[in-house]
Design a protein around this ligand. Structure first.
Ligand SMILES: Cc1cc2nc3c(=O)[nH]c(=O)nc-3n(C[C@H](O)[C@H](O)[C@H](O)COP(=O)(O)OP(=O)(O)OC[C@H]3O[C@@H](n4cnc5c(N)ncnc54)[C@H](O)[C@@H]3O)c2cc1C
Length: 448
């Protein structure tokens, strides 16, 4: 039986971040991956979805800018670039890279087989530390007849070869909103069915309303406060019946109704670790789940984003290396790459209320307050919302539904994480003309 310093199970962004750091520090590492090194993010999630969104986004941006004629979309060209970006679903170069760096790479499904012991196929390995980074899987909603129609998860939806004429998405959060934007802009008749009363309902209500307006402008039909009750095959496609009796004809149903952490069935009980009822592995602030067991990424259920998975991978690795480090989730951005982009960070108004924080909130329309939206596009869009703690005089939350919000939300992220006093933020000077200038307008409004 081979012995290692650390065994990493699951090589998505979380596992890769941990393994890379541990290898760099000279540790003897074995990595075990049952599919492709790079995980969901690299092949079927973040990378293909953002690559696919970019072409239609650039086309729409050209249409909105003054003095540019709208370019044509080239689906075969975009599809080829997507295939290149997802490495043609081949991780041979990644396997080679880890092996050349000294790691042992095992392809197969791993299971814990007692303290410090892991089985993967015929192999049994031992290590002082085990990092579990097994990610998550899509939740399949219970719908009568769903098995009888064509259903795609994010995997089929992001590796699509031929754009269907009609799609219906179950779920109006990040996955449904992004894939809905893509399919609508590629010409599919697109419907989103969202159980919650608003799209993106993890955020403040204003965010969902602005998102709905943007999607409707792309021709997407949105049903909020509704669930899919029944699916039936029909000539050339399916008929989907909603719980209010509305019928929608579609070729494909795409599921974007949340993800379940992959913590169950790993034999964790052998290590005294119990996943919760969602399948998430509970971790402490060091990303430790038990003695010699660490968990990072979606499987922890903390916040299902690649940047969180990578952060937790770095935190776990540092702790394994004896560099005491606690994770802070205060300033983690949450972006939906719709058009305009939807970005948020920190607390929502409701979360702040539940924590008993005395808040002051403000919202500014960007076209009314700064120059960049006007230089950027003819019919400027966007709003920025800020939430401050009145007693501590710091920001605790922010959201923006504006072009490029994924980039400039980081000013609020840092302010929240570092608890920068409002006075300092008010004295900060942003480049003219940028979207970032909107912070000053909003902060001055807050101060009043
Ligand atoms: C359509 C879509 C778009 C997204 N876009 C974004 C985005 O733009 N930005 C963002 O931050 N997040 C995005 N996400 C979320 C992001 O993909 C995940 O948060 C991220 O992949 C989590 O990384 P991870 O390492 O925890 O898990 P994963 O990427 O899921 O990797 C886990 C790995 O573990 C392997 N594994 C599982 N069980 C075992 C086992 N028993 N033995 C061996 N290997 C195992 C799996 O095969 C997999 O490769 C998106 C998600 C979806 C669905």
């Amino acid at each position: 039986m081979e012995r290692f310093d650390v065994i990493v199970i699951g090589m998505g962004p979380g596992g890769e971040a941990a393994a890379g750091r541990l290898q760099d520090a000279g540790r003897r590492v074995a990595v075990i991956e049952r599919e492709l090194i790079g995980g969901e993010c690299a092949y079927w999630a973040c990378i293909p979805s953002k690559t696919l969104l970019r072409g239609p986004e650039a086309r729409a941006a050209a249409g909105r800018a003054a003095g540019v004629s709208t370019p044509a979309l080239d689906w075969p060209g975009l599809r080829d670039y997507r295939d290149y970006m997802i490495r043609h679903l081949d991780d041979a170069a990644q396997v080679r890279g880890y092996e050349q760096a000294g790691a042992t790479v095992i392809k197969g499904a791993a299971r814990l087989a007692g303290r410090g012991r892991v089985e993967a196929g015929a192999e049994v390995l031992e290590a002082g530390h085990i990092v579990i980074a097994t990610g998550s899987e899509p939740v399949r909603p219970r719908v009568e007849g769903l098995d009888t129609v064509t259903v795609w998860t994010n995997r089929e939806a992001t590796t699509v070869r031929d754009i269907p004429a009609r799609v219906l998405l179950i779920g109006g959060s990040a996955v449904g909103t992004e894939l809905g934007t893509f399919y609508a802009r590629m010409g599919a008749q697109t419907t989103i069915v969202q159980r919650g009363e608003r799209l993106i309902d993890r955020e403040d209500p204003g965010v969902g309303e602005l998102a709905a307006r943007a999607l409707q402008a792309d021709g997407i039909t949105i049903h909020t406060g509704r669930t899919v009750a029944r699916a039936q095959p029909a000539a050339g496609g399916a008929v989907i019946t909603l719980d209010d009796g509305t019928k929608v004809e579609t070729d494909v149903v795409i599921i974007g109704a949340g993800r379940r952490p992959n913590g169950a069935g790993l034999g964790l009980d052998a290590m005294g670790v119990q996943p919760d009822q969602r399948g998430a592995i509970p971790v402490d602030q060091h990303c430790q789940a038990g003695n010699g067991v660490w968990a990072v990424g979606d499987v922890t259920g903390v916040s299902l984003f690649t940047h969180v998975a990578m952060y937790q991978g770095r935190v776990a690795a540092d702790n394994i290396l004896g560099r005491q480090r606690a994770a802070s989730y205060d300033g983690i951005p949450r972006v939906v790459f719709a058009d305009p982009e939807i970005a948020a960070v920190g607390l929502t108004t409701e979360q702040a209320r539940q924590r008993g924080i005395a808040t002051a909130a403000t919202e500014v329309g960007l076209a009314d307050s700064i120059a960049r939206p006007w230089t950027y596009e003819r019919d400027p869009r966007g709003a920025l919302g800020l939430l401050a703690d009145r007693d501590r005089q710091v920001l605790v939350g922010a959201w923006a539904v504006v072009p490029l919000a994924s980039e400039w939300i980081h000013q609020a992220a840092l302010a929240i994480r570092a608890r920068i006093p409002l006075d300092v933020l008010l004295d900060q000077v942003a480049q003219f003309p940028t979207y970032t200038e909107a912070y000053l307008t909003a902060l001055e409004q807050l101060a009043r």
